[in-house]
Design a protein around this ligand. Structure first.
Ligand SMILES: [Zn+2]
Length: 463
């Protein structure tokens, strides 16, 4: 078979199609008629379907929510799942973020790596199989998602109308293969606060963090005190003793305490410095009386503190496949009336949500805290000897000459949204991950290699 040779012949077209898609700003906007995620996303979907039709595939647009290109016959199918929506470009670009310009053998632009070029690579991989008249026993679909970055309504719409694939992959992660993704819960712990009576120092508010899945890098508290100078002094003493960045500013009656941490992704809280938990450590040591808030500050400082594995909270879980549970305090919002904290916990793949939440509930039983707005994503896990993994490993090694190790992560990839799918590429080991950052690019050399790997993977899964 000459799959790779055929892909090399298609190189110019492959690059052009990638550039065409990258030049469309497919950031989610307000819905319009027939465009549930706005005009940019709709335009990218229409363009992709036109490219796929031009390559000779049957195409389907599912009401603007999602689309696919199909090749072959039969009921059951193998899927490649990729997405066309992108996150906003942000600042700091050396080239226009939607210019899709070629420099030093790389195409630059938002969405090059995440996830447009890999999508085009899979499409041209399938095109090579078609051009070579390679017989497959299963139908193949390249599915064009449009809402991966902000809500996942695309896959929901799809799965309500179509059956799940037999197997497949999503080129929206890292090589070699991500076979384990932790279970993820996000929820709020809340409590109404009763007036605590007069105390020497009184906390008016605490604010920190913006997102559950980030380690907050800043937290601020507003305090009133009989002697504000005492607060200023205690903060300075705390900062000197612990090395934690804590500053104070007097604003009218209030002392504003500002704490700086270090941001990190919520799946890797140990890499950050949690400004909220630093702040609670400081506040828990102040003479703030005996009220609800004082107890909650002590509770969280004692049982979470600076830990990121849930050990003192009693929820520490660990397995060989995916490591330790991660415990991230993402947001705090405290007023005189209400305490609220948003948590992001990620449990190892061989456990269930109950394994974590039963001890969690037990721990908060006597605090009066309640859990609200819970979101849960089950873990993704394929046993190491699963045929899908074996097949992709074989293909990866044959095409790259490298060993295809299996990766476990705390994040959730697109694979989690669709049954029987794993994340496979497109970022090669040792390459920078510029997804969602400035100067995102894909090397032409890797665009081609991706197309070859995906072509062989499709062939092996569908033959
Ligand atoms: Zn992506």
């Amino acid at each position: 078979m000459h799959i790779n040779k055929r892909i090399e012949e298609l190189q110019e077209e492959l690059i052009r199609s990638t550039q065409e898609l990258v030049s469309i700003k497919s950031v989610q906007e307000k819905a319009q008629a027939g465009m549930p995620f706005g005009p940019g996303v709709a335009q990218a979907l229409t363009k992709t379907l036109a490219i796929a039709a031009g390559l000779g595939f049957k195409t389907v647009n599912m009401d603007g929510y999602i689309g696919y290109a199909e090749y072959g016959e039969g009921e059951d199918y193998v899927a490649v799942l990729a997405h066309l929506d992108v996150v906003p470009e942000g600042d700091g670009w050396n080239y226009p973020p939607y210019g899709a310009e070629l420099h030093d053998g790389k195409i630059f632009g938002r969405g090059t790596m995440d996830d447009k070029a890999p999508l085009v690579a899979a499409l041209y991989g399938l095109k090579a199989l078609k051009d070579l008249n390679i017989m497959l026993t299963k139908k193949v679909r390249v599915i064009f998602g449009t809402n991966e970055e902000s809500g996942g309504q695309d896959i929901k719409y799809y799965l309500q109308r179509e059956k799940s694939p037999l197997s497949g992959f999503t080129p929206d992660g890292h090589y070699p293969i991500i076979y384990a993704e932790k279970g993820i819960v996000i929820f709020e712990v809340v409590k109404k606060l009763c007036f605590a009576g007069q105390s020497e120092i009184h906390i008016v508010s605490i604010e920190g963090g913006h997102r559950a899945n980030m380690v907050p890098d800043y937290c601020e508290a507003a305090i009133t005190a009989v002697d504000p100078k005492l607060v200023v002094l205690s903060a300075a003493e705390f900062a000197a003793r612990t090395g934690i960045k804590l500053e104070t500013e007097i604003k009218g009656d209030l002392v504003i305490v500002k704490c700086a941490g270090f941001a990190a992704h919520g799946s890797l809280p140990a890499l950050g410095k949690n400004a909220v938990m630093y702040m609670l450590r400081y506040l828990a040591g102040l003479p703030v009386g005996e009220g609800d808030l004082a107890s909650l500050l002590k509770f969280f400082d004692t049982y979470v503190g600076l830990e990121t594995d849930g050990k003192s909270f009693g929820v520490a879980l660990e397995d060989r496949e995916s490591g330790k549970l991660s415990f991230n305090v993402g947001i705090i919002h405290v007023t005189e009336e209400k305490f609220s904290m948003v948590l992001n916990l990620r449990y190892p793949v061989t456990f269930t949500c109950e394994d974590m939440m039963v001890p969690f509930y037990k721990k908060i039983k006597d605090t009066g805290l309640e859990i609200e707005n819970m979101i849960h994503q089950k873990p993704l896990f394929f046993p190491a000897d699963h045929p899908l993994l074996k097949t992709l490993q074989k293909v990866y090694t044959a095409q790259t000459g490298e060993e295809a190790t299996l990766l476990a992560i705390g994040g959730g990839t697109y694979a989690k949204t669709m049954p029987n799918i794993v994340a496979f590429g497109p970022i090669f080991p040792g390459e920078p991950d510029l997804d969602h950052q400035a100067n995102e690019y894909i090397k032409i050399e890797h665009l081609l290699l991706n197309a070859k790997i995906y072509a062989h993977a499709i062939y092996e899964l569908a033959r």
